[in-house]
Design a protein around this ligand. Structure first.
Ligand code: 5AD
Ligand code: SF4
Length: 426
């Protein structure tokens, strides 16, 4: 979502004649788009702003702005800690960026723009995106779930689904611009359609998008287990363009902790969903998120999480150490798991997951997979890289003419993170 917001912001500025420059040192405007989901993300931005102080002193005309979640969350506090910042632009004010910069230009004014009633503007310049062959498409914004640890509902506001026709038009425009894969984004994508009438759901949206010519792959993130439905899984199974991959965060395997997190499901329910997903979509892969060291998490609770990770055998897991966020319900609970224990539990889960991922990837050796070729490999420029429909990363030998195309790759080797292969087009 942050990447898309950056693209939206850039799009609105490029339309007004702004251009990118090679070296940040020569910039007239520097904007940092930010995340506040964990303390560490905010801390990084403060240190980056600190290191921009010199540049601002040398060039007082430089406009320095903070955008997004941290701007919304910290507000005026950013000006207090970093007085050389000119603009604080919240999550619902991106479309006002050109106007705001115009007001500051030549004055060195400071503007705080974090209006909560601001409109989320979904309009975008579709040609403005990092990747030619892939694009993010926002289908809903905000979140009404209020998981007790999470700051998102406070910084991104209430859930709001975008009308189906708008999404279809954007996806058609993207297809006309050479895009092959769309990733539908929503903090809580499974509840897409709330407020748009009974017959509008994520499943019906997927069915409407599937026929659009030029688009080869459709993905969606992030799925909340409590809102996952058989309808959605059936759509994934039936629709040829919808990829067989879910990002469905479990967060914990302990029912006690899930309760305290206000997740509204049990670990048994999560296991049941994974089973249903695998029976309706046999080759589906699943990714999950886990938080370790949530207040009150005992060794037994953590063992329940280890069992869940061991049993569901996800393709990959993202593991985070609990980070208390001001204003969230979990702030009422004592952050009582020591940092050392959080670190240890984090490492145990990562090691276990890496073992599972390595085993699953090994099973792919000898198989042929469809890859959307995205670029050259970071570690070896003579090789290409892309993803399978199941979201596995593949590095392989093949001609650069395959860039942006779908190709079949025979898998010959693997690690926990990557599949290696050769394309028959070689
Ligand atoms: N501390 C640690 N991790 C968090 N996440 C969200 N809030 C917090 C927090 N306060 C994690 C969740 C979520 C992912 C995007 O970030 O696992 O799924
Ligand atoms: Fe945060 Fe996701 Fe829970 Fe919403 S559903 S509150 S975004 S963790």
């Amino acid at each position: 979502m942050n990447k898309l917001d950056s693209e939206l912001s850039i799009g609105s500025l490029v339309k007004e004649g702004y251009t990118f420059i090679e070296d940040e040192k020569d910039a007239d405007v520097i904007l940092l788009n930010t995340c506040s989901v964990r303390h560490k993300a905010e801390h990084k931005v403060y240190s980056q702003l600190g290191s921009l102080r010199d540049q601002k002193e040398k060039n007082p005309g430089l406009i320095l702005g903070v955008l997004g979640c941290m701007a919304q969350n910290e507000g005026e506090k950013i000006f207090k800690r970093m007085p050389h910042v000119n603009l604080i632009c919240g999550t619902r004010m991106f479309s006002k960026l050109p106007e705001l910069l115009e007001k500051i230009n030549g004055t060195n004014k400071r503007i705080l723009a974090i209006d909560e009633d601001g409109e989320v503007n979904f309009d975008r310049v579709v040609t403005q995106r990092d990747d030619r062959h892939k694009a993010f498409v926002s289908v809903m914004r905000g979140c009404d779930n209020y998981c007790s640890y999470c700051i998102v509902p406070y910084v991104r506001g209430h859930e709001f689904s975008r009308p189906v026709e708008d999404i279809i038009n954007e996806v058609k425009d993207l297809a006309d611009d050479g895009c092959k894969e769309v990733m539908l984004l929503g903090q809580n994508v499974n509840s897409y359609g709330k407020g748009l009438g009974e017959n509008t759901t994520l499943a019906t949206l997927l069915r409407r998008l599937n026929p659009i010519g030029g688009i080869e792959r459709i993905r969606f993130v992030t799925s909340h287990p409590k809102d996952m439905t058989r309808d959605i899984l059936e759509a994934v199974g039936e629709l040829p363009k919808v990829c067989e991959n879910l990002h469905m965060p479990a967060q914990s395997g302990s029912d006690k902790i899930l309760g305290k997190m206000r997740r509204q499901y049990t670990s048994e329910y999560y296991r049941g969903l994974v089973e249903m997903a695998r029976s309706l979509v046999p080759n589906i892969t699943i990714a999950s998120d886990f938080i370790v060291g949530f207040p009150g998490e005992t060794e037994d609770d953590f063992e329940d999480t280890v069992s869940l990770v061991r049993d569901v055998r996800c393709q990959n897991c993202f593991v985070f150490k609990y980070s208390p966020r001001t204003g969230t319900a979990a702030m009422e609970l004592k952050d009582d798991v020591p940092e050392k224990t959080k670190k240890k539990r984090n490492q145990i889960l990562l090691d276990l997951q890496s073992e599972i991922s390595a085993e699953l990837n090994k099973e792919m050796i000898g198989k042929s997979v469809e890859v959307l070729v995205e670029g050259t490999s970071k570690t070896d420029e003579s090789r290409l890289t892309g993803r399978t429909r199941q979201n596995q990363i593949v590095v392989f030998s093949g001609p650069s003419s395959l860039l942006g195309k779908l190709t079949n790759v025979d898998i010959v080797d693997s690690t926990d993170l990557t599949l290696f292969g050769v394309t028959s087009e070689f």
